[in-house]
Design a protein around this ligand. Structure first.
Ligand SMILES: [Mg+2]
Length: 412
């Protein structure tokens, strides 16, 4: 059987804590906890030494200190995590161009076409593990499976430093008694609904009548049954990491699933503004706009790009290009994550536009950028953003969240 894909899911163990321990020898081998945001009172992640003593993510600092008095508290540094994440993804791309970053410390790799070069997926996994350990002193758990859903499931099965393979012939045996909550994309709410239908294991979900599921969940019902059977055709989608790595990109995870087109447009505009203001700050403009969309099931996604005749960096131009891509697609599910990147970059010549209205637009943009630089992003923005501004703002994940920030900005 050779027609199946081979997908790796790589998940860095205790990522933030491992990065801190790797950066500071005095923290190595010790129980440490990383805190950030929200008044810095809650543990974001902790080292395995701390976990062994009972420290858990989400604990208040005082509680964690009571559990483990020798616990060292470190304030998180997103820049450090973003840097390590970007470097890790560069290593992954030595083994396949098909790399999709799922979060700052998780990526999928489609290595189907690399197997003949590297021998086997297992070989690739061992080499990657060794390189990441050597370069960053970080361990990763890797899952190998015929699709993204199962690869993610597999990487979760052994932590830390695990390597788990789900062979195509073994899928149904693996899933038979696996609880549905282990599947990526089945949240607490969905789990409760399925439990009420007496569905607890993936085996039960896979055997459930499709009509029973679609009656309850609509279009997602079919997808749920497939998930229970371990079927997943979603491709590994590159984003902001095209062969041309010089790009300015942003992505945003929405706190809930969104299917209202007006609301999606509003987020798209907000993203365009983030990408545009960044490009303008670096004085670059680009011709290629890439739109990335991840669906509510958390791993189905697509990416499409368009290349324009002109170089652009104004937010509304980026927005229009992104929207034109979106308009060519029928969305299959509500949207969970949006990303836009601008690539094919060149340095902008410092030249005033010829026409009065273009000059006005440029000055208005510059004024908006400088106010936002002084008072924080989105202090001033386009009118369309305003109705949902507060709500939208709280959904923004900072650029450091994903390894798709500004890449190598010294362009030709
Ligand atoms: Mg992780």
């Amino acid at each position: 059987m050779t027609d199946h894909r081979t997908i790796l899911h790589i998940d860095a163990n205790a990522f933030f804590a491992s990065v801190e321990q790797s950066a500071n020898p005095e923290l190595r081998g010790k129980p440490i906890a990383v805190v950030g945001g929200h008044g810095r009172t809650v543990i974001t992640t902790s080292s395995y030494e701390a976990r062994a003593k009972g420290v858990k993510t989400g604990m208040a600092i005082w509680e964690a200190k009571r559990t483990c008095p020798e616990l060292l508290i470190v304030v998180g540094d997103n820049k450090k995590y973003q840097y390590t994440s970007t470097k890790m993804n560069e290593i992954f791309r030595d083994y396949t161009p098909e790399v999709e970053a799922f979060s700052i410390d998780e990526s999928w790799l489609d290595v189907t076409h690399s197997l003949s070069i590297f021998g086997s997926a297992e070989n690739i996994a061992y080499i990657i593990k060794a390189r990441i350990k050597y370069q960053f002193d970080i361990t990763v758990s890797i899952g190998i499976a015929p699709n993204k859903l199962l690869a993610k499931l597999a990487s979760d099965m052994q932590k830390p430093d695990g390597l788990t393979i789900i062979e195509p012939d073994n899928v149904s045996r693996t899933l038979e008694h696996m609880l549905i909550k282990e599947l990526c994309g089945i949240g607490k709410k969905m789990q409760r609904h399925l439990n009420m239908m007496s569905i607890y294991t993936c085996g039960e979900l896979g055997r459930c009548e499709e009509t029973r599921l679609t009656k309850k969940f609509g279009i997602i019902g079919k997808r749920l049954k497939e998930m229970g059977q371990g079927i997943d055709h979603s491709p590994v989608v590159r984003f902001g990491k095209e062969d041309d790595v010089k790009s300015v990109g942003h992505s945003m995870t929405l706190e809930r699933d969104i299917d209202d087109p007006a609301e999606i447009r509003r987020f798209l505009l907000q993203l365009s503004e983030m990408v545009g203001s960044r490009a303008r700050r670096y004085n670059v403009s680009g011709k290629t706009i890439h739109l990335y969309v991840r669906y509510a099931d958390f791993f189905s996604s697509w990416g499409k790009q368009t290349t324009l005749k002109n170089y652009i960096n104004l937010s509304d131009e980026i927005f229009r290009a992104a929207l034109s891509i979106l308009n060519t697609v029928d969305l299959e599910q509500p949207v969970r994550l949006l990303g836009i990147s601008l690539s094919n970059l060149k340095h902008q010549a410092e030249q005033l536009p010829l026409f009065e209205d273009e000059r006005k637009k440029l000055f208005a943009t510059q004024a908006m950028d400088s106010i936002n630089d002084r008072f924080g992003r989105m202090s001033v923005t386009y009118g369309t953003l305003l109705p949902g501004k507060e709500k939208a703002g709280s959904h923004v994940i900072p650029p450091s969240w994903r390894p798709d920030g500004v890449k190598n900005i010294d362009v030709q």
